[in-house]
Design a protein around this ligand. Structure first.
Ligand SMILES: Nc1ncnc2c1ncn2[C@@H]1O[C@H](COP(=O)(O)OP(=O)(O)OP(=O)(O)O)[C@@H](O)[C@H]1O
Ligand SMILES: [Mg+2]
Length: 309
């Protein structure tokens, strides 16, 4: 079973406003609401790919209730801990005329130390050895920077495989607790190793340095340049597929979803990287935070080329 945990979920409100201007009245021509936050996004992609996962989130207020309903409508098993206050609503303004995307994000409720412990004890109750745990995304204000490190350690003790997708201190501290897999993008990896990463050789060296800490798999996503998959036995690189770009938002989350499914199905490193690359490309072709269909991923899959580095 795959379990995702989202400490900082959001109700994503995407509006289309042609010729969006500040300091004037703007008219919305279309509006959609989606449950968001990195762990939730991973669960949505897994569902679209025909897999199952359990999505656990901290949710509050009417926006929290809407997220629960929407996830249930999508057929995703949702588990939540109710918190005081409203889950944040993040506004995304898409202007198709000027080609701009403007995000206006609410701060959201703060997380207390008690809540951090409570949600996690709730989460771990359903874990079994060899389950896959996805810890992804930012954390609410008030959370300690070693929160993922603590969670990784406990999940590891329970015999689960932890996938960590985070940035900054959350990633730096989380890594010291030895997750099973990490999926930084190039900038996140660069910040982690504190040096610029330009060439594939430099990226490979940085990824390999993480393996020395006991991490089994490092997948570095490189946006429009593709992705690299590194274990102690192999280093594979797949260039990105050339596809029409709808939105790159959540491309990384779709890669994490593909990696989790590939792990669950015991795919080879090559097939894993190919699936992740096809899934990334298929999701980039979609607009907003919508997830791609498995049929689209299947169409792209044979086009992915993988090379040994
Ligand atoms: N322009 C693009 N064309 C084709 N594929 C892309 C493009 N951008 C991203 N991808 C695919 O999606 C994958 C993940 O993208 P990226 O490295 O941008 O993730 P990320 O920075 O973690 O994104 P986020 O955290 O915003 O979801 C890439 O490895 C690639 O396979
Ligand atoms: Mg990312």
């Amino acid at each position: 079973m795959i379990h995702t945990l989202t400490l900082n979920p959001a109700l994503d409100k995407t509006v289309v406003i042609p010729n969006f201007q500040v300091d004037t009245v703007n008219r919305i021509v279309s509006l959609r609401l989606d449950p968001g936050g990195k762990g939730i996004n991973v669960s949505k992609v897994i569902k679209k790919m025909g897999g199952t996962s359990r999505a656990t989130a901290l949710l509050g207020g009417s926006s929290g209730q809407q997220i629960i309903q929407m996830l249930e409508q999508l057929g995703i098993q949702v588990d939540y801990v109710e918190i005081p206050g409203q889950t944040r609503t993040n506004l995304k303004i898409i202007d198709p005329v000027q080609g701009t995307n403007t995000d206006i994000n609410e701060p959201g409720p703060e997380l207390s130390a008690e809540q951090a412990i409570f949600v996690f004890s709730h989460f771990v109750r359903q874990l079994h050895p060899n389950d896959i745990v996805v810890l992804a995304g930012s954390v609410p204000k008030g959370a300690q920077p070693d929160i993922y490190a603590q969670y990784v350690e406990k999940c590891r003790e329970l015999g689960t495989k932890v996938f960590l997708d985070a940035d900054g201190e959350l990633l730096a501290k989380g890594i010291r607790a030895t997750p099973y897999l990490v999926k930084p993008n190039r900038d996140e990896l660069s910040r982690l190793v504190k040096r610029p990463l330009q060439t594939l050789e430099e990226i490979k060296a940085a990824a390999c340095s993480l393996l020395q800490d006991g991490i089994q798999k490092v997948v570095v996503s490189l946006g429009g340049k593709g992705a690299m998959y590194v274990t102690k036995d192999t280093c594979l690189y797949a260039p990105a597929l050339s596809v029409p770009v709808g939105s790159t938002v959540g491309a990384g989350d779709s890669v994490v979803a593909a990696l989790a499914l590939a792990e669950e199905q015991g795919l080879s490193p090559e097939d894993t990287l190919k699936l992740a690359t096809a899934t990334g490309a298929a999701n980039v072709m979609c607009s907003g935070t919508q997830a791609a269909d498995m049929e689209q991923i299947q169409v792209l899959l044979p086009k992915v080329r993988c090379q040994l580095l």
